[in-house]
Design a protein around this ligand. Structure first.
Ligand code: GLN
Ligand code: ZN
Length: 759
C-alpha cells in the first residue's frame, strides 16, 4: 500500500533463499496473511494502540511474507502468488491502488500511507470507516469501495509492484495478483450523495488506465505472469455485466501482451454463459476454476475448453480443513489432462487459502487420528505439489499411501459414524415438522400464562463480559479453580444480571450467558462430533479472526447443556427467564463442516440435538426459549438457483428444534444484521412465536417488508402493530460496558412504558 513501506522495504530481510528444486505445474490462488499464530493481528493492534511503530509493523509483515514465499518455494510450487498479503483487506488495497479515497478522509494525493489507509478501514476520531460487507459466501469481510462520477482515480499504491519486487529480491519469481477491474466495480457501491442507480460499471474507462500503469510496472520489473481474480463471474450476472468483462480485457489486451494472463474464479460453479464469456476473453491465456464447490464446471470444461490455453484446476479445497482425497483428485486431473494436454494443466487450490486455518503443525492438542484427516493452508500447499508431481509421473508413494490410509480411517472410524443419529436424521427428510397449532392461537395461550404488558421488553441474551468474568472461565478451564468455585462465581454473576434487569423493570429476563465464551463454541464443546483447534484461526475482517469448531462426526447431545444455568437463573426471579440456545443453522454456518455428507444432513443432526435441549428446558419449567439463528442469512448460496433448497432445509432444521413443545411455550429467535428483505418468507416460515431482528441501523424498508409478516401474526421485536411488538436491543451486549448498557436499557424501558400509556 504504503509509501512508508516502500522506503524501508527490505530492512531486516537479509535472507535470500535459492529455489533449486524443479517445480511442477502447481499454483496457489492466495494465502492467509495473519500468520500461524496471528502475528499480524497482534502487530496491527499494537500499532493501532500506539504501542509500536510503523517500522515494527512493517517488519512483522515482511517476515510473514518472506516465510510464506519460502514455504511455497520449498514445497516446489511453480506459480507462487504475491500481493495476496494485506494490512487489512485486498479490496481496500485495490481502492488504494486506484486512489479511490472517499473525500471525507481529506487525502491530498501521492502514495497512500497508513494514516489514510487505516482511516478508511477503521475510521478515525473525526470520520467513520467505510462500510464492510461479506466477501461472497465466506466469513471474510471486505471494505466496500464507494464510487461515483466525481472520483478522481490515480495510481496511489504501488503495493502490487513492491511485493513482486520484494519476492524477486528473495529469489522467488511470483505471480502478482490483482482484483480484476470488473469484479472491483461490481463489488462497489455508489458513494454518499451519488444516485443509487448510478451505473458503476461506467467507471471502467476511468480505472483501466491505472491497471495499465500497474501492468506496465510489473512487466518492467520482470513479471511473466499476472493473475486477475474475477470471482463475480460465478454469480448470476446480467448480459451487460458479462459484456463488461469482454470490453475490459479487450481494452487491456495490448498492455498485457508478453505476459501470461490468468483469470481466477472461485467459490461456485461458473454459469455456462459466464464460462463462454470468460474463455473467449482476448489476451487471456489461463483460466482458474473452483472444482471443489461445483460439479458443473467440470462438465463445461469437458464440453469445450479453448485449445492452447492453460487450465488451473482448483482441486484442493481453500474453504475447508480436510485433507484432500489425493487419489480421487488425481483421477479428475488425469481426465482434465486428456482434454487440455499435459503442458497446459496446472494443479491449484479451489480458492485463496485465506479461508482456511494456517498450519496444522501448531495443533498439539488434537489427537493424531483426527489430525491425520486434516490439512490447513501449509499442508494444502504440499498436497497441491504432490498432485502436480504425481501427474508428472513422480508420485510420492509414501505420501499417497499415508493419505489413502487417513481417508480410509476417516471413512471407517466409529468416532465419525453413529448409526442411531444417522437413522434419526435420515427419517427427517421429506417431511415437514410444524407445531400443530397456528401462531396466533399459540400467542394467545402464551399470553394467558405469561401475562405480559403490551410492548414487552427483553434483551437478546448476553450481558457485558468483564475481565474478571473472563478470568474465572479461563481459570476453571485451566483447572486452577474448583468446579464449586466456578459455579458459585457464575451464579453470582447471573444473580447480578437478574437483579439489574428487575431494577430496570424488564419483562422477560435473561441469565446473561456469563458461562459462554462464544455462542457456537459453547454448544460445540458439549456436543459429540466436534473438535476444537488451538490455533485454527481464520481472518474475519481486519485484525479480527474466528476459530471455527470442526464438525468431524455424527452430532449428538450426551447430556443437557444449558438446563443447569437456566433453572438456576429462573429460581432467582418470579419473572419469566428466557432459555438461550444457538440454532442448528448458525452452529453449522460458523463451523468447519464435514465434507463426507451433505450440509443439510449435518444440520438435521444438530437440529435433533438442540431439540432434545429445548424439550429438557421446557420440562425444567422454562416457558420462553430463544433459539438464535444469527447466521441463517449468511449461509445463503451465491447462486439464486440454490437458494430455495438451502432455505428449505435451513428453516426446516429450525422448526425441528421446537416442533415438540406445548402451545404455551414461547419460542423466540434472533437474527443479526439487516438485509432480510429477500428471505422474509423463509423467516416467517420458521414459525417462531417471536422474532427479534436488528433494526437500529437499517432503514424503514425492513419494517415495510414485515408489514406483510404481520398478517402471519407472530410477535416481532422492533416491528409494527403494538399488540405483537416487542422492545429489545439489536443484539447481545457481551462486548459492551455496563456504563453503556445501563442507561441504554433504562431509556429502552422508559420509552416502552411511555408508549404504553399512549396506546
Ligand atoms: N444470544 C446471543 C448473545 O446475546 C446472540 C448473539 C448474536 O446474535 N450474535 O450474545
Ligand atoms: Zn445478534
Amino acid at each position: 500500500v504504503l509509501s512508508v513501506v516502500r522506503s524501508v522495504r527490505f530492512v531486516g530481510i537479509a535472507r535470500h533463499f535459492h529455489v533449486s528444486k524443479i517445480t511442477m505445474a502447481s499454483h496457489i490462488v492466495g494465502y492467509p496473511r495473519m500468520g500461524p499464530k496471528r502475528e499480524l493481528k497482534f502487530a496491527l493492534e499494537s500499532f493501532w494502540d500506539g504501542k509500536s511503530s510503523a517500522q515494527e509493523l512493517q517488519k512483522v509483515a515482511a517476515d510473514l511474507r518472506t516465510s510464506i514465499w519460502k514455504q511455497m518455494a520449498d514445497a516446489g510450487i511453480k506459480y507462487i502468488p504475491s500481493n495476496t498479503f494485506s494490512y487489512y483487506d485486498q479490496v481496500l488495497d485495490t481502492t488504494a491502488m486506484l486512489g479511490a479515497v472517499p473525500s471525507r478522509y481529506n487525502w491530498t494525493g501521492g502514495e497512500i500511507g497508513f494514516d489514510t489507509y487505516f482511516s478508511m478501514a477503521r475510521g478515525n476520531a473525526s470520520v467513520p470507516a467505510m462500510e464492510m460487507t461479506k466477501w461472497f459466501d465466506t466469513n471474510y469481510h471486505f471494505i466496500v469501495p464507494e464510487l461515483g462520477p466525481d472520483v478522481k482515480f490515480s495510481y496511489a499504491s504501488h503495493k502490487a509492484v513492491d511485493e513482486y519486487k520484494e519476492a524477486k529480491s528473495l529469489g522467488v519469481d511470483t505471480v502478482p495478483v490483482l482484483i480484476g477491474p470488473v469484479t472491483y466495480l461490481l463489488l462497489s457501491k455508489p458513494a454518499k450523495g451519488v444516485e443509487k442507480t448510478f451505473p458503476l460499471l461506467s467507471l471502467l474507462d476511468k480505472i483501466l488506465p491505472i491497471y495499465k500503469e500497474v501492468i506496465a510496472e510489473l512487466k518492467a520489473a520482470g513479471a511473466l505472469w499476472i493473475q486477475f481474480d474475477e470471482p463475480t463471474l460465478v454469480k448470476d450476472l446480467e448480459s451487460h455485466q458479462l459484456e463488461t468483462f469482454t470490453k475490459a480485457y479487450a481494452e487491456l489486451e495490448s498492455s498485457l501482451s508478453g505476459l501470461n494472463v490468468l483469470i481466477e474464479t472461485y467459490f461456485a460453479d461458473i454459469p455456462a454463459e459466464a464460462f463462454k464469456t470468460l474463455t473467449s476473453l482476448k489476451g487471456v491465456s489461463a483460466f482458474g476454476f473452483d472444482l471443489v464447490r461445483g460439479t458443473q464446471t467440470l462438465d463445461l470444461i469437458k464440453s469445450g475448453f479453448p485449445s492452447g490455453k492453460y487450465l488451473f484446476a482448483g482441486v484442493v479445497d481453500g474453504r475447508n480443513i480436510w485433507a484432500n482425497d489425493l487419489a480421487s483428485s488425481l483421477s479428475i486431473l488425469q481426465t482434465l489432462e486428456g482434454i487440455v494436454g499435459k503442458e497446459k494443466l496446472v494443479v491449484s487450490t479451489s480458492s485463496s487459502l485465506l479461508h482456511t486455518a494456517v498450519d496444522l503443525v501448531n495443533e498439539t492438542k488434537l489427537d493424531t487420528e483426527i489430525k491425520s484427516w486434516l490439512a490447513f493452508a501449509a499442508q494444502k500447499v504440499v498436497e497441491v505439489n504432490a498432485l502436480a508431481k504425481a501427474l508428472a509421473g513422480q508420485r510420492d508413494e509414501a505420501f499417497f499411501s499415508a493419505n489413502a490410509e487417513a481417508q480410509a480411517s476417516r471413512k471407517s472410524s466409529p468416532r465419525v459414524t453413529n448409526e442411531a443419529v444417522q437413522k434419526a436424521a435420515a427419517s427427517l427428510k421429506g417431511s415437514d415438522h410444524r407445531r400443530a397449532t397456528n401462531v396466533s392461537a399459540r400467542l394467545d395461550a402464551q399470553q394467558k400464562k405469561l401475562n405480559l404488558p403490551i410492548l414487552p421488553t427483553t434483551t437478546i441474551g448476553s450481558f457485558p463480559q468483564t475481565i474478571e468474568l473472563r478470568r474465572v472461565r479461563r481459570e476453571y478451564k485451566a483447572k486452577k479453580i474448583s468446579e464449586e468455585e466456578y459455579v458459585n462465581a457464575i451464579k453470582e454473576e447471573i444473580s447480578k444480571v437478574v437483579k439489574l434487569q428487575e431494577e430496570l423493570d424488564i419483562d422477560v429476563l435473561v441469565h446473561g450467558e456469563p458461562e459462554r465464551n462464544d455462542m457456537v463454541e459453547y454448544f460445540g464443546e458439549q456436543l459429540s462430533g466436534f473438535a476444537f483447534t488451538a490455533n485454527g484461526w481464520v481472518q474475519s475482517y481486519g485484525s479480527r479472526c474466528v476459530k471455527p469448531p470442526i464438525i468431524y462426526g455424527d452430532v449428538s447431545r450426551p447430556k443437557p447443556m444449558t438446563v443447569f444455568w437456566s433453572t438456576a437463573a429462573q429460581s432467582m426471579t418470579k419473572r419469566p427467564m428466557k432459555g438461550m440456545l444457538t440454532g442448528p443453522v448458525t452452529i453449522l454456518n460458523w463451523s468447519f463442516v464435514r465434507n463426507d455428507q451433505p450440509r443439510f444432513e449435518t444440520c438435521y443432526q444438530i437440529a435433533l440435538a438442540i431439540k432434545d435441549e429445548v424439550e429438557d428446558l421446557e420440562k425444567a419449567g422454562i416457558t420462553v426459549i430463544q433459539i438464535d439463528e444469527a447466521a441463517l442469512r449468511e449461509g445463503l448460496p451465491l447462486r439464486k438457483s440454490e437458494h430455495a433448497f438451502y432455505l428449505d432445509w435451513a428453516v426446516h432444521s429450525f422448526r425441528i428444534t421446537n416442533v415438540g413443545v406445548q402451545d404455551t411455550t414461547q419460542i423466540h429467535t434472533h437474527m443479526c444484521y439487516s438485509n432480510f428483505n429477500d428471505i422474509i418468507h423463509s423467516i416467517i416460515d420458521m414459525d417462531a412465536d417471536v422474532i427479534t431482528i436488528e433494526n437500529s441501523r437499517s432503514d424503514e424498508k425492513l419494517l415495510s417488508v414485515f408489514r406483510e409478516g404481520v398478517k402471519y401474526g407472530a410477535g416481532i421485536g422492533p416491528v409494527l402493530e403494538t399488540n405483537i411488538l416487542w422492545v429489545n436491543p439489536d443484539c447481545g451486549l457481551k462486548t459492551r460496558k455496563y456504563t453503556e448498557v445501563k442507561p441504554a436499557l433504562q431509556n429502552m424501558v422508559a420509552a416502552a412504558k411511555q408508549l404504553r400509556t399512549q396506546l
